[in-house]
Ligand binder design. Structure first.
Ligand SMILES: Nc1ncnc2c1ncn2[C@@H]1O[C@H](COP(=O)(O)OP(=O)(O)OP(=O)(O)O)[C@@H](O)[C@H]1O
Ligand SMILES: Nc1nc2c(c(=O)[nH]1)N=C(CO)CN2
Length: 182
């Protein structure tokens, strides 16, 4: 039995990044893993951007994107699923801000502010990062009630480093069947 009523469902934004291996394939696999979960529906995907590394410079360019999901999961459960997906896809934590097969960051959940040792929402560095804001702007609707649209565009107007974020490809995500070939 589904224990969640539709009023428990909120929209969440998740940033994805990869700079090792087949970056696009890994990002599509990460989206498939999210969608596989019974309580998550991926509703929008940004374009894919190739981005210069920020923070730790001696590493390959990243591919970054953002997805919007609708979910009945609590924020902490969503985060632990995201960490599990990173591990499943081969992520190792070696250098802070360093190279990674895949990274999933929980950016924003409508109406939720969290500040615990495991989770901070909104993500504390999201408004400083062009590699997050540019793809996020692809998929946040202007009528977004929470004010995210306004905050994001205000930050985007002022932020430096947008030239390090280059459109690469449109997203080819068309549901899990697209990956399995079914
Ligand atoms: N909003 C959030 N999204 C993802 N992780 C978060 C968030 N808030 C707190 N964390 C915590 O941060 C820890 C480290 O995350 P991670 O290794 O992905 O950091 P990072 O990618 O190196 O740096 P950054 O967080 O700046 O992207 C996670 O284990 C998680 O508990
Ligand atoms: N361009 C880019 N740079 C980064 C990224 C990322 O996803 N893209 N992630 C980091 C770790 O949080 C550190 N630096």
């Amino acid at each position: 039995m589904n224990m969640h009523s539709s009023s428990d469902i909120s929209e969440a934004y998740i940033a994805l990044g990869a700079n090792l291996g087949d970056r696009e394939k890994t990002l599509m696999e990460a989206i498939a893993c999210l969608e596989e979960h019974a309580d998550i529906t991926v509703v929008r995907c940004s374009n894919l951007y190739e981005t210069d590394p920020v923070g730790y410079l001696d590493q390959p360019c990243f591919v970054n994107m953002v997805v919007a999901v609708r979910t009945a999961l609590h924020p902490e459960s969503l985060l632990s699923l995201m960490l599990e997906i990173e591990l499943r896809l081969g992520r190792e934590r070696l250098i802070r801000f360093g190279p990674r097969t895949v990274d999933l960051d929980l950016l924003w959940i409508e109406g939720r502010e969290v500040d615990t040792t495991l989770l901070t929402l909104p993500h504390p560095r999201m408004f400083e990062r062009a590699f997050v804001l540019v793809p996020l702007a692809d998929i946040v609707p202007e009528e977004e009630a929470s004010g995210l649209y306004a905050s994001l565009h205000e930050a985007l107007d002022q932020i430096e480093g947008k030239e390090g974020v280059r459109f690469w490809k449109t997203c080819t995500w068309h549901g899990a069947s697209a990956l399995s070939g079914n």
